[in-house]
Design a protein around this ligand. Structure first.
Ligand SMILES: [Zn+2]
Length: 662
């Protein structure tokens, strides 16, 4: 290569642009695989040319070593907390004080959503991220630079603007990442995080940057400072500047001419808060003009020019009528409180999770007690605390036998949950079948709870392999099952045989083996049999596979019952081979495809592999030579290009047909 320095710089700019499109604007133009390929090329070049290394290169997000502890850092100016307004009256009181203090001058407010996370300052020198500091006590915080660098929406290098500046903002975890993290912790028998805020704080303050990176935090900037003071004359302007500099700034903000407009904004978002992918606990209102902010100044604790309008917690008091125990796919027993139905924030709640027996003990909860429950977002409601003891209290004990099958229940050391260890347990079986058939796993549409209950209760399905032995005659014996829906279900079962190996592997329900681990194992070993035969050490040699995962996979394939299941799935015709390389002679031999947008069931990687399996090629850009553009939801500019060039456009179903798998 003639000019490695130029190529490295070009790749970095390209990657920065895509990071911004993906993590800040939420409008990716390329697939994850394409992004990874660019990253690999840059990494290769940097390895071959160490003289070109740079700390703000996109390859350097997770470079930090684990550390012993955090260094304390003094803030450039205090990160003060705000006074609260708990209702409209208190907000109007605040406005009256502002008006009186400003005399007759006109003023405006900037209203912004108050995200529920952890405040963090990020310092940039020479336009590069130099240091990140948590809020701490507002005067002194902790240096979490290594961890903050892993937050993709926090630019390592500002796109434009000042050379030396500081942003303040909120590090948050969105609801989906939070739910996924807790599900993973349940699987591992670890304590759950109580809410996304705690999860974000815990993730930013771990000593190992790799862990922070895996937690998918997000950073929204809300303040731009230079030398500890506001960098612009207007707060609204500073938000616009931050956005232009490449920071993620919450788009849900409004410049208000008076307090009534601000109250309307508060009311609007209180009603719409469930639409947001993250938690908010109110609205922050700031006087827009920095000059007026200075005139208003501070009290001992808080600025006089800003206030937090807090939404009421969505809590309610009701009584616990009973505690039921559910049995999950891994056999884990979960206690669930049956409540006297109560309305919380417009939704009737009749059940709340209690997670495990330690939680019940911590709450000091008895059946009959009155409890405070809380609902946040679409998360399952939970019991916050005992409000008052019931008149007739009954203590609860976790059963020592499975409430469904009567089998033995054990609590392993270091685990929060008790598990039913009977692999034939019908509760576990039902959950296993639902998992097997679920979206993103084997995608058997129509295989819902009602159907699975019947199939298991009638003994038609005693193992997921039995799904492939179902017939029209058998299905017609079931309630609410006509010939049409039976044919539909059978068709979907048949179609599921085309799923690639990683899905089959993930569908088995091996502990700790989700979609990603399954992809990695399939990529490393190439086939089900090689994975089944591998020893613990061999398994651990695969990327990202630790001792716990390796042990779990090894154990799974040592169970005679599981081996039998695998053999039966093979006999049913499921895919046990993983083809990373294209095969010649397929239905799509030599045809070039371009993917754009999100497909309904296939991931980018899966669609790519499917095309390659059939002998086709996948390209990143549309040209006259492109055979087909596969368009999903929210397609990018590639779709327009395809139309312009007259390239044929197909959807996922048509792709499956072309590839000969439907
Ligand atoms: Zn059981």
């Amino acid at each position: 290569m003639k000019d490695p320095a130029g190529e490295v710089e070009r790749l970095r700019q390209e990657l920065r642009r895509h990071e911004h499109l993906y993590y800040v604007l939420d409008q990716p133009e390329i697939s994850d695989a394409e992004y990874d390929a660019l990253m690999r090329r840059l990494r290769d070049l940097e390895e071959r040319h160490p003289e070109l290394a740079a700390p703000d290169s996109p390859t350097q997000r997770v470079g930090g070593e684990p550390r012993e502890g955090f260094v304390k850092v003094r803030h450039s100016s205090p990160m003060l907390s705000l006074d609260n307004a708990l209702n409209d009256g208190e907000l109007r009181d605040f406005d009256r004080r502002v008006r009186e203090l400003l005399g007759d001058a006109e003023y405006r407010y900037v209203a912004e959503l108050k995200l529920d996370g952890l405040s963090m300052a990020a310092h940039y020198r020479g336009g590069r991220l130099a240091q990140a500091v948590t809020r701490g006590d507002g005067i002194v915080g902790e240096d979490v630079t290594g961890n903050a660098r892993t937050i993709r929406s926090l630019p390592l290098r500002a796109a434009a603007g000042l050379e030396e500046f500081e942003t303040r903002g909120e590090a948050i975890m969105n609801r989906r990442a939070f739910e996924r993290l807790n599900a993973e912790r349940d699987e591992r028998g670890l304590a759950r995080f109580a809410n996304p805020r705690n999860a974000a704080a815990g993730s930013l303050r771990v000593l190992e940057p790799r862990i922070t990176a895996s937690r998918r935090l997000d950073y929204y900037a809300y303040l731009l400072l230079a030398g500890g003071r506001p960098a612009c004359d207007s707060h609204w302007q500073s938000l616009e500047d931050l956005s232009r500099m490449g920071f993620k700034v919450n788009p849900n903000r409004r410049l208000c001419r008076n307090v009534e407009e601000a109250l309307a904004f508060c009311a609007e978002w209180e009603a719409r808060r469930d639409e947001l992918p993250y938690e908010i606990d109110g609205v922050v209102l700031k006087v827009d003009s920095v000059e007026q902010q200075r005139a208003l100044a501070f009290t001992a604790k808080a600025p006089r020019w800003a206030i937090a309008y807090k939404y009421p917690a969505r809590q309610a008091v009701t009584s616990v009528e009973g505690i039921e125990v559910q049995v999950g796919r891994t056999g884990a027993l979960t206690p669930v409180a049956r409540l006297k139905p109560v309305e919380v924030g417009g939704v009737t709640v009749a059940r709340a999770t209690l997670h495990n027996e330690d939680e019940i003990e911590r709450l000091g909860l008895h059946i009959g007690d009155n409890v405070v429950i809380e609902r946040s977002g679409d998360v399952i409601p939970k019991v916050v605390r005992v409000h008052s003891p019931g008149s007739r209290r009954e203590s609860f004990r976790m059963p020592s036998q499975c409430p469904v099958c009567g089998g033995t229940v054990v609590r392993e050391e270091g685990e929060a949950a008790r598990r039913c260890i009977n692999t034939n347990c019908s509760a576990r079986l039902k959950e296993s079948v639902l998992h097997f058939a679920s979206r993103g796993v084997m995608n058997i549409d129509g295989m819902g709870e009602a159907l699975v209950d019947q199939l298991v209760d009638r003994g038609m399905v005693a193992s997921v392999a039995d799904l492939y032995g179902l017939t029209m005659e058998k299905l017609l014996l079931l309630e609410r099952m006509g010939p049409k829906s039976a044919a539909n279900v059978l068709g979907n079962i048949e179609k599921s045989k085309g799923n690639p190996l990683p899905r089959v592997l993930a569908a088995l329900g091996i502990r700790f083996v989700g979609q990603r681990t399954a992809e990695l194992l399939a990529g490393e070993f190439g086939g089900m049999d090689a994975i089944a035969a591998a020893g613990v050490e061999e398994l651990q040699a695969a990327p990202e596979v630790g001792p716990k995962v390796a042990q779990s996979v090894f154990q799974f394939f040592r169970e005679p019952r599981n081996r039998e299941l695998v053999d039966r799935l093979r006999a049913a015709g499921l895919r046990f081979e993983h083809h990373a390389a294209p095969l010649a002679g397929g239905a799509l031999d030599g045809v070039t495809f371009v993917l754009t947008g999100t497909l309904p069931t296939l991931s980018r990687e899966e669609a790519t592999r499917l095309i390659q399996l059939a002998g086709g090629k996948v390209s990143t850009s549309v040209s006259k030579k492109t055979g087909y553009v596969v368009a999903g939801q929210d397609p990018g500019s590639k779709l327009a290009k395809a139309r312009e060039l007259g390239v044929r456009i197909v959807d996922e179903a048509q792709l499956l047909e072309l590839a000969g798998v439907s």
